[in-house]
Design a protein around this ligand. Sequence first.
Ligand code: PEP
Length: 250
Amino acid sequence: MDKKSIVAGNWKMNKTQLEAKEFIKNLAPLIQSARASVYISPSFTALQESILAANNTNIIIGAQNMHDETDGAFTGEISGGMLKALGVEFVILGHSERRHVFHEDSSFINRKLIRALKDGLQPILCIGETQKEREEKKTEIVLEEQFLKGIQNLSKKDASNIIIAYEPVWAIGTGKTATSEIAEHVHSFIRKLVVKHLDKEISKNMHILYGGSVKPQNVEELMQQENIDGVLVGGASLDYKVFAQIINKA
Ligand code: PEP
């Protein structure tokens, strides 16, 4: 793997703005010599404080979601433009909790992705199969569909700016990690999808992250795999010492 790896933390609905600030203040000195790029996505309410705290560090701040419209009657929603104005740099889209708990479909996720790119935010597009789909041997069909629908109507240039995160739903927050062999097998399949639907050059440069119960104990083995370019971390990103260990091993 010759590109710089990415370690991204997804805090989900955790941490107030003060907790976020404390976390970043504590984390930054521990990861000064990290090889990986470090991304953190706090809740909307902690974004501003996090951006200020991350100033002059190697930490990049992003959001966990956004709406696909620029403005209007969408009570409770946040636009990409609002995030960009705050200094947000990336946005997680299509996380399995958004797909399965909030019933977001691929077409909505695709519209958000297009908007995020227009707004100058780098999207992390999450794709992944459920336990049932894996048992029914539908993993590749599901991933190809989520990937294709996700990048629909994107130019190759825009598509080359996205990051893919493979997050098997059965491994998220469950303590069950895909073995490095399973993860590598799927990542290699996703890399081939990028060649097939975009092109070889884009596939070489695209970051494909693995997410699902990543911990300090399994990150090294995952990162040794040829097609794993980084990790997306939920639970283990909430403790700065644990997250620092993951970052420094990636
Ligand atoms: C996630 O929410 O993206 C995730 C991978 O969670 P966890 O690391 O807790 O499984």
